[in-house]
Design a protein around this ligand. Structure first.
Ligand code: NAI
Length: 464
């Protein structure tokens, strides 16, 4: 089966970059990314390619190359579904905020809406691909909806979870560790659909890196991969607290441990805690699924990863308050970095939000600088927590577009995102312009302790 037309529902952090790379690598395939969010689509179509709504190194160049040639962004969801042979569903699947499974299960209402719309609009056979991260066995529900509400056309459902990491999305997509495709391997039609998707990826990914499995393995592998990654962060973070009590240094411990080839060096960096839209929601979802099968020990085991992460964020903020003589009321605190990691403008579940909220509860005055995050986003993140009125957030938090301005006259600085530019700051000048003692809290192990202490900072870093 030769695929000519691809549609992707959801023009977010996954749909946008993934489809841009497919369009670049398969110039003969027409790729249309659709979204119900008009503003988002407008930005994807902005003549100035620097205004696209997702910041990722290298992405705007690809969009510039492919947009209008074989890459299109549109709000006409029905037309794109109708024209497509292959439909990726890449909509959001956040943690449920209501009803059964509130705070744990994935909210699948957007997925179901997509399925119903695909069923209603389709007049020809389609391959429907789960690109969103979904609970294991969602494909069965999708198939039910598609088959029972469709117009008699045939649907093949594949699972093709996305493993890209924000901040390195383009590189990860161009050069993935693996591509995972789950499908109905027991039927001829199922195998054909899987082949069609394998062929798309094979345009640039070596065949041996494209894994095909049954659907359930594929769905569960994505949740498991995120759980393992987050677990490494929580494991090293747990050790960071012990380091602070014992005089060991967590970076040295991580290096020594990571050089064991069975452990490996990556993802062993202690920090103020992991963020991002995925790790927490996917682990909560895994815990929920395990509980729903009555696997209490399995659920408790993975839940501890989240408990540790929440603890790490809280203890970082609590340590700031304690160090500053047990009060930060009316003190100016500069927060450097709001994004959940460097090289992205995504702030979902960013540790900075929770640290700021904690400090605001202690009546601190906060100045924030982040090179890619807008003031609007920062206020909306804080408002979403509902800890105080929207007005109170705007009164207590000032967003500036210069790090020096954020730090001027501050009692303390907290580095909460590992943006490279924070390393290059003129730290002597920063120090000179601060109140004394000048407290500097490094939540990312970004800065060198010795040089900062030489300047005169009261310097605290996670696990040091
Ligand atoms: P996102 O929130 O950035 O984008 C989702 C988009 O889908 C939104 O723009 C929304 O308006 C749109 N949408 C929702 N319902 C729609 C409908 N019925 N019709 C048309 N558009 C609709 O979410 P993101 O980050 O792209 O994540 C998407 C999925 O990919 C999630 O399941 C996530 O777990 C998964 N994922 C995310 C990764 C990441 O790094 N952000 C990495 C790997 C997987």
């Amino acid at each position: 089966m030769k695929i000519k037309n691809i549609c992707c529902i959801g023009a977010g952090y996954v749909g946008g970059p993934t489809m841009a790379v497919i369009a670049q690598k398969c110039p003969k395939v027409k790729v249309t990314v659709v979204d119900i969010n008009e503003q988002r689509i407008q930005l994807w179509n902005d003549p100035d390619v620097n205004n696209i709504p997702v910041y990722e190194p290298g992405l705007s160049e690809i969009v510039e190359e492919a947009r209008g040639r074989n890459l299109f962004f549109s709000t006409d969801v029905e037309k794109a579904i109708d024209e497509a042979d292959m439909i990726f569903i890449s909509v959001n699947t956040p943690t449920k905020t209501y009803g059964i499974g509130k705070g744990m299960a994935a909210d699948l209402k957007w997925i179901e809406l997509c399925a119903r719309q695909i069923a209603e609009v389709s007049k020809s056979d389609k391959i429907v691909i789960e690109k969103s991260t979904l609970p294991v066995r969602t494909a069965a529900a999708l198939k039910d909806i598609l088959d029972s509400t469709g117009n008699g056309v045939k649907f093949q459902i594949l699972s093709n979870p996305e493993f890209l990491a924000e901040g390195t999305a383009v590189e990860d997509l161009r050069n993935p560790d693996r591509v995972l495709i789950g499908g109905d391997i027991d039927s001829e039609e199922g195998r054909e659909a899987m082949d069609a998707l394998v062929n798309i990826y094979a345009s640039w990914v070596p065949k041996e890196k494209i894994l095909t499995t049954n659907v359930w393995s594929s769905e569960l592998s994505k949740l498991t991969a995120n759980a393992f990654l987050a677990q490494r962060v929580s494991s090293i973070n747990a050790i960071s607290e012990l380091c602070e009590k014992t005089g060991a240094d967590v970076n040295e411990v991580a290096k020594a441990v990571g050089m064991d080839s069975r452990v490996g060096p990556k993802f062993l960096k202690a920090s103020v805690g992991f963020g991002g839209s995925c790790f927490q929601k996917d682990i909560l979802n895994l815990v929920y699924i395990a509980r729903s099968f009555n696997l209490q020990e399995v659920a408790d085991y993975w839940e501890q990863v989240i408990i540790m992460n929440d603890h790490q964020k809280r203890r970082f903020a609590a340590n700031m308050v304690r160090t500053m003589y047990n009060t930060v009321a009316d003190k100016k605190i500069a927060i450097l970095g709001w994004a959940f990691k460097k090289d992205t403008n995504d702030t979902r579940e960013s540790a900075a939000i929770y640290v700021a909220d904690y400090l605001l509860n202690e009546q601190a005055e906060i100045l924030v600088y982040d090179p890619k995050v807008t003031a609007e986003q920062i206020y909306s993140d804080l408002d979403y927590l509902g800890s105080r009125s929207n007005d109170a957030n705007r009164q207590a938090v000032t967003v500036v577009n210069d790090p020096m301005q954020a730090c001027k006259g501050a009692h303390a600085i907290a580095v909460l995102t590992e943006w490279d530019e924070f390393r290059q700051l003129d730290w002597q000048e920063v120090y000179d312009n601060m109140l004394k003692p000048a407290f500097l809290f490094d939540g990312r192990r970004l800065l060198r302790p010795d040089t900062k202490r030489e300047i005169g900072f009261e310097f605290y870093a996670i696990g040091n």
